[in-house]
Design a protein around this ligand. Structure first.
Ligand SMILES: [Mg+2]
Length: 388
């Protein structure tokens, strides 16, 4: 099987807040098989045009004409050929992740097996956790109603988000906690908003509410602050969606003391790299809960991670992305009806078990992020501005 083309497919889908973009990669071979990959830059893919350019300029020339038997040698070539100039973190790695996933999709399809079965399946279903919205978007009853359909399907983990108005957010959270059944675990995502003193104050309050992890409270680059926070916080601290490759993960685990790790196959270098990270986390006794916040191909890739690493406890399930998965995915059922007893199936069809709906994608052409006035996003307050 030889690679004949590598083509990025950037897409933009309107949403209630900012439009969400996605960056898929299509790899075609001389056998007629087509493989799909997808990159994520934490919340879909805001700069899908940038990622597309990296794929086209840096990775396509390294792959077209190459024989594909196994992913490893080609993935290593992509990394070694670009890391000194494009870097080993951020967009270059996100773009490389999409390409690596598409290569795995092809290897699986060629073998007539799911990627999970090629690597070694450890489970057929995995728990999901409901990943909900910012607490300042409505009163506690609003958040209860958002989560209700998933809790009715047996989901027993719920994550909400705090922003700059954290004192009000904590009041909402306290009310919400009382409205949700006791056996549902709560987690809180801080979206890199806080200084260390604020993060510690919030962590103490979250401990009183029984919250199981506090995610990205301080910016991911503030490694010294993360280490101090992990040492002092009464709730476990989670990082991962901004960690690239096993070196970053090892640093977070060994130096930072992070005890919940959230690798993402669409961010950290691909399926192989995210599995490495998950296994490292296991050695450090950390919980492994893959990050998911992109389109259907990215979800399927992270389900491979969940299906092949014993230590994975659950995968993220962002409520706002279900319509996108339904519209842009072909072959996989990831909507509410696919949730049973709080779990979702690890696909068993050949390759990823899902493909991009190319006709639907063609109807959603990519548009770059529009003009943003500092402090606001589309007229709404920007949440990523720090302590208030
Ligand atoms: Mg997060």
């Amino acid at each position: 099987m030889h690679i004949t083309s590598v083509t990025p497919v950037p897409v933009t889908v309107p949403s209630g807040r900012e439009p969400m973009s996605f960056c898929f990669v299509r790899i075609e071979t001389d056998t007629g098989l087509v493989g799909w990959g997808e990159a994520c830059d934490s919340y879909g893919c805001s700069y899908a045009g940038v990622l597309s350019t990296i794929v086209t300029d840096a990775f396509t020339p390294l792959l077209v004409g190459q024989q594909l038997v196994a992913v490893g040698p080609l993935a290593a070539r992509l990394r070694l050929s670009t890391r000194r100039r494009l870097g080993d973190q951020w967009v270059a790695v996100q773009a490389r992740s999409a390409v690596e996933i598409a290569l795995w999709d092809l290897v699986g399809q060629a073998a007539g097996l799911s990627i999970t079965d090629v690597i070694g399946r450890v489970r057929d279903r995995v728990a999901i956790y409901a990943s909900s919205t910012f607490l300042d978007e409505g009163p506690a009853e609003f958040h209860r109603d958002l989560a209700a359909p998933l809790i009715a399907q047996g989901v027993s983990m719920l994550k909400v988000r705090t922003g700059p108005d954290w004192k009000q957010d904590l009041r909402t959270l306290q009310t919400l906690r009382a409205l949700i059944p006791d056996d549902v675990e709560f987690m809180v995502d801080g979206s890199e908003t806080y200084t260390l003193p604020t993060a510690l104050e919030i962590a103490r309050r979250l401990a009183d509410l029984g919250v199981r992890w506090f995610e990205e409270p301080v910016p991911q680059g503030n490694r010294a602050a993360i280490a101090r926070l992990c040492a002092q916080s009464p709730v476990p601290i989670a990082y991962g969606e901004h960690l690239y490759g096993r070196e970053d993960a090892l640093d977070a685990l060994a130096t930072g003391g992070v005890t919940v790790l959230q690798p993402d196959a669409s961010i950290s270098g691909g399926i192989t790299e995210s599995r490495e990270i998950a296994n490292l986390a296991q050695y450090y006794g950390a919980r492994v809960v893959p990050h998911v916040c992109a389109g259907p191909v990215s979800l399927a890739a992270n389900l491979v991670l969940a299906g092949t690493v014993q230590a994975v406890r659950a995968v993220e399930y962002p409520l706002n992305l279900v319509p996108v998965w339904d519209e842009l995915g072909v072959g996989g059922a990831f909507g509410l009806n696919a949730i049973s007893e709080g779990t979702i199936e690890i696909p068993s069809r050949p390759g990823l078990g899902i493909a991009l709906n190319e006709a639907a994608a063609a109807g959603r052409p990519y548009t770059p992020p529009g003009q943003r006035v500092a402090g606001t996003v589309g007229g709404l307050p920007d949440r990523f501005v720090g302590d208030r």
